[in-house]
Design a protein around this ligand. Structure first.
Ligand SMILES: *Cc1c(COP(=O)(O)O)cnc(C)c1O
Length: 390
């Protein structure tokens, strides 16, 4: 029995009659049938087969199979973007009158779904502080359909206790437990093993890891994936074959890349913790992180994001960001290149000051997605920008 990394690298769409070594790109909208009878049988689900690329395509299936190996999942679906996956994970299940319990610290667009879109369709959401184990059960109502969270959170890097939540699932088997596992990646964290029903990702981030394509993926329990399959067949958020081909290749190196993202990030976090111009640093694998023990238990390493507060508030943070030489300011993360952002005025600008402070986002907070450059150069750039803006 091969181990995971070998399985991932060896997973491939069925070889064609051309006997290619590397998988070809299947740019075709539809697939032919040998006979009218076969067309009937495949449509009826009696025979396996690809029909139309809105439903499935050899490249997307290969990509999904690799994510399933990583997460230990039964099956999955691929989407055109992370948000298409997030939206489907709710819209595929809820009915008017249903209720969602969500962590408060979630991706900005997911927050917009809960506050702006779902209320139009009679679906309500309660927010809890994901760190507070007791809060989850208190927020459950008779009409609660879904529990949703991210861990570690963005940009506060706070953790939800996955084992605790997996046990809560046992008590409420009818509620669907969903995690956006994007920040950790399936290499660092495997929520399905704790009993979560579905794990989803923006594949745009670490899975691609090279800032090229958008993508999303949901993996988990077979019956739920079947229900979602109906939703995506008829609403059309499918991932393109080209993006799937790109992302499938990227997954072959995810483990290697994550090891380096994490060691670079830890080195930066340790350096900044000692620095006089920094108020505080958050990184799950720093012993000063309030949930260090939990991080060690449920994550293989601390991830590639380091969040810190510079002295001097927004004005200093802006000067610091402008002084960075190698590290660019752009709203992506999980890239081979280190990226800096100012959450209070970008990703979290729509929140009130109080809501931001609740998430630990102060005017001086900087989020750094640590890339794969030499760690001396990443740390050196941050230190010179701190020095230059004293
Ligand atoms: C980026 C991101 C998303 C959205 O993904 P897109 O691919 O940009 O649509 C969702 N959740 C998290 C945690 C993200 O970082």
């Amino acid at each position: 029995m091969k181990k995971d990394q070998s399985k991932i690298i060896r997973e491939q769409a069925p070889r064609s009659t051309t006997r290619e070594h590397s998988v070809p790109l299947y740019l075709t909208s539809s697939f032919i049938f040998d006979s009218a009878e076969q067309g009937r049988a495949v449509f009826a689900g009696e025979e396996e087969g690809t029909i139309y690329s809105r439903y499935s395509n050899p490249n997307t299936t290969e990509f999904i199979n690799k994510v399933c190996i990583m997460e230990g999942a039964e099956d999955g679906l691929a989407f055109s973007s992370g948000m298409a996956a997030v939206f489907a994970s709710f819209a595929g299940f809820v009915r008017s009158g249903d209720h969602i319990v969500s962590a408060g610290a979630i991706f900005g667009s997911t927050h917009q779904l809960f506050t702006e879109l779902f209320p139009r369709w009679g679906v309500t959401t309660s927010y809890v502080n994901a760190v507070d184990n007791e809060a989850w059960e208190k927020a459950i109502q008779p009409n609660t359909k879904i529990i949703f969270l991210e861990s570690p959170s963005n940009p506060g890097l706070e953790l939800a206790d996955l084992e605790f939540l997996g046990n809560l699932k046992q008590k409420y088997p009818h509620i669907i437990f969903i995690i956006d596992n994007c920040f950790a990646t399936p290499y660092l964290q495997k929520p399905l093993q704790y009993g979560f029903d579905l794990s989803l990702h923006s594949a745009t981030k670490y899975m691609d890891g090279q800032g090229r394509v958008l993508g999303g993926v949901i993996v988990g329990k077979q019956d739920l994936i079947n229900e979602l399959m109906f939703f995506i067949r008829h609403t059309g958020p499918a991932m393109s074959a080209f993006n799937a081909w790109t992302l499938s290749k990227s997954l072959d190196t995810l483990a290697l890349r994550m090891d380096r993202h994490c060691s670079n990030a830890l080195a930066l976090a340790e350096t900044l913790e000692e620095h006089g111009e920094i108020v505080h640093v958050k990184y799950p694998f720093l012993p000063s992180h309030p949930q260090y023990e939990l991080a060690k238990k449920q994550m293989k390493a601390g991830g590639g994001i380091v969040t810190f507060e510079v002295k001097g508030g927004k004005e200093r943070a802006f000067r610091f960001l402008d002084k960075l030489e190698m590290i660019l300011y752009t709203s992506n993360l999980g890239d081979v290149r280190s990226i800096a952002t100012h959450p209070a005025t970008t990703t979290h600008a729509k929140l009130t000051e109080d809501e931001r402070l609740n998430l630990g986002i102060t005017p001086g907070t900087v989020r750094l997605s640590v890339g794969l450059e030499d760690k001396e150069d990443i740390i050196g750039d941050v230190l010179q920008a701190l020095e230059a803006t004293k």
